[in-house]
Design a protein around this ligand. Structure first.
Ligand code: S3P
Length: 434
């Protein structure tokens, strides 16, 4: 599928974007390992989260739905998973493979996990290394999928000082820690999303955070519960930027997760001069949510504070479009993790920005973008959903048509993006590939 976008438009109305991807994955994983039933609402019916559902079904867990965002999981307990008949194929989902590696390292059966072409290029050494230290046996050629996990290993609790700010690695180690002897603890170079810690507590499992040392003891149990998944701020981000850059826009996004470890996009846009207000702040199932109103405002280029980088790590494709539409220069540093996402997001975004005529300079760990007029052209997405959505919203300020190639992956995180974008004011047509 390809998106054709006519230039210009205004973004108005009210919308609830699909459920949070990170929280949706974790609701299935912990629900499956809990005792009793877990009911989830607001679940993301995107391909990545469905890959997690399929993986647990393949390991004998009864999961009903998702239907209208509702899922019911009949937990099998921490030791109730069964060996799958085949390798688990988790598609494009880095979160599934990395969190599952931790969980499956402690089982008594062997399992292989693989995924699509994009996933097969992504680094897994970052989870293999701490898991090996815990006593797990995991093989992956060149530190890439497929991963082969040999079951029946006795895991030991360790302390792991994370070399990079990664919630997936943190979560992987903590989930392996559920099966380890003694305590497992981690420290991180900068705070990352804490949905695993919050949700484990919601399932009645004690997780401590003492001066940044996050720890749990193995050998406990999880109790099934109810989970209300907020709308994904990472999906909302495209429309936060869209309304900020398109003159005349006024948009309300409802029930959006505003966990402090995820709101870098709001902080950065606000520093750039965006007009964003939070309303109706409340807490649902241990996660803060709010309705977010965003109105057009002229943006200015900034030096993005490095402490905001892990808090906005998935939102940079959208933020680069904001920078392209801002007056002056935006500088991003300390963001080398962007190179190992679903694509090398620094390279893929720089290429697209250059196509649109936006001056930019690629750095090893970031990018410099000079705001200016946006032309049009053909954009390559490198199998990356967020590259596709970022250049779709760019059309609001472009002077010519933009064609975004290979947009099928948008469904991994944001099913219905094209229809919602049209409803809010983008002039987007989805075309089937020839
Ligand atoms: C995620 C963590 C982040 C993020 C990804 C989801 C998670 O990855 O980019 O989309 O759910 O834990 P890293 O841990 O690799 O930074």
């Amino acid at each position: 599928m390809e998106f054709k976008l006519m230039p210009g438009g205004t973004v108005t109305g009210e919308a609830r974007v699909p459920g949070d991807k990170s929280i949706s994955h974790r609701s299935i994983m912990l629900g499956a390992l809990a005792e009793g039933t877990t009911r989830v609402s607001g679940f993301l019916e995107g391909e990545d989260a469905l890959a997690t559902v399929a993986a647990f079904r393949a390991m004998g867990v009864r999961i009903e739905g998702p239907e209208d965002g509702e899922v019911e999981i009949s937990g099998v307990g921490l030791h109730g998973l069964k060996a799958p008949a085949h390798a688990l194929d988790v598609g494009n989902s880095g979160t599934t493979i990395r969190l599952l590696s931790g969980l499956l390292a402690g089982q008594d059966f062997d399992v292989e996990i693989t995924g699509d072409v994009s996933l097969q290029k992504r680094p897994m050494g970052r989870v293999m290394e701490p898991l090996a230290r815990m006593g797990a046996k995991i093989d992956g050629s060149d530190g890439k999928p497929p991963l082969k996990i040999t079951g029946g290993q006795a895991l030991q609790g360790i302390h792991y000082d994370l070399p990079m700010a990664s919630a997936q690695v943190k979560s992987c180690v903590l989930l392996a820690g559920l099966y380890a002897d003694g305590r497992t603890s981690v420290t991180e170079p900068a705070p990352t999303r804490d949905h695993t810690e919050r949700m484990l507590r919601g399932f009645g499992y004690e997780v401590k955070n003492e001066n940044g040392v996050i720890s749990l003891a193995g050998g406990g149990s999880l109790q099934g519960c109810e989970i209300d998944v907020p709308a994904d701020i990472s999906s909302a981000a495209f429309f936060l930027v869209a309304a900020s850059i398109a003159p005349g826009s006024d948009l309300l996004l409802t029930h959006v997760g505003i966990n402090p470890t995820r709101i870098g996009v709001i902080n950065i846009l606000t520093l750039m001069g965006a007009d964003i207000t939070l309303k109706n702040e409340r807490e649902v199932g241990g996660e803060p949510v709010a309705d977010i109103r965003v109105r057009y405002a002229p943006l200015k280029g900034i030096e993005i504070p490095e402490d905001q980088v892990p808090l906005a790590i998935d939102e940079f494709p959208a933020l680069f479009i904001a920078a392209a539409c801002a007056e002056g220069r935006t500088v991003l540093r300390g963001a080398e993790e962007l190179r190992v996402k679903e694509s090398d997001r620094i390279a893929a975004m720089a290429e697209g920005l250059t196509t649109l005529g936006v001056q930019n300079e690629v750095l090893e760990d970031g990018i410099i973008i000079d705001g200016g007029p946006l032309g049009g052209g053909v954009i390559y997405t490198y199998h990356d959903h967020r590259i596709a959505m970022a250049f779709s919203i760019a059309a609001l300020r472009a002077e010519q048509e933009i064609r975004v190639m290979d947009c099928d992956h948008v469904a991994t995180s944001f099913p219905g993006f094209d229809a919602l974008a049209r409803g809010l004011g983008l002039q987007l047509t989805a075309l089937a590939d020839d």
